[in-house]
Design a binder for this molecule. Structure first.
Ligand code: ZN
Length: 217
């Protein structure tokens, strides 16, 4: 039984992908920026109800650059994790499923080089430790996300993947969740279903909880 006055001293940054001038994938109906915001607001509400402190890079339809997102996340100096929310898309409408990304130190280095950062001193033990924690966070969140989603319908598990991405540069364990393909008609119908959205959110909350239980004991 859960104690009534349990205080969870954890702080999480939620990054709702895209926004404002950038709709992300925009097929018919709900665009990616709208989907990410709906899910992010639900996730924030659930996490706050459990006692987490939640910071959001955006909680309305605002345009944000990648620099602004990572800058904001890094300013939340006591944040313990970042979760970036997206809806996926593919030119092949048959492609579907959920996948979760984290970044390795090697990908970090490659991305910095692509951005013309000359020094690579960022690839230190701290960065390696962050990557390890990010992988663990990705595994934990993805596992429970899939579990909850599959209770609802037999969605495809596209697994945890290594992926470069500036939003994953923050100074905290960071992951990006592609919650499903808005370009797939069947999965789109799920993603706009509020009960399915709630299932995705409870999976993420449960996965985050397990990550914190085992990582900072
Ligand atoms: Zn996106």
């Amino acid at each position: 039984m859960q104690k009534k006055n349990t205080i969870i001293d954890r702080s999480i940054v939620i990054d709702c992908g895209h926004g404002g001038d950038d709709p992300g994938f925009n097929g018919q109906g709900l665009s990616e920026k709208e989907f990410a915001l709906i899910l992010g607001l639900k996730l924030a509400q659930q996490l706050r109800a459990q006692g987490y402190t939640v910071h959001m890079t955006r909680d309305d339809d605002k345009t944000l650059s990648l620099d602004e997102r990572t800058g904001y996340a890094n300013k939340c100096s006591h944040a313990d994790a970042l979760i970036s929310l997206h809806g996926n898309a593919n030119i092949n409408p048959a492609v579907c499923g959920i996948e979760t990304y984290f970044m390795t130190p090697e990908l970090f280095k490659t991305t910095l080089n692509l951005m013309n950062h000359e020094d690579t001193h960022h690839i230190d033990s701290h960065r390696k430790e962050l990557a390890k924690k990010s992988e663990k966070l990705a595994m934990s969140v993805h596992k429970d996300l899939i579990k909850e989603a599959q209770k609802f319908q037999n969605v495809v598990d596209r697994k945890v993947k290594k992926q470069p991405g500036q939003v994953l540069f923050g100074d905290m364990p960071s992951i990006l969740v592609e919650c499903g393909f808005l370009s797939n008609p069947e999965e789109y119908a799920l993603l706009v279903n509020t009960k399915y959205q709630d299932a995705l959110v409870s999976g993420m909350v449960s996965g985050l909880g397990k990550f914190f239980e085992t990582s900072f004991a």
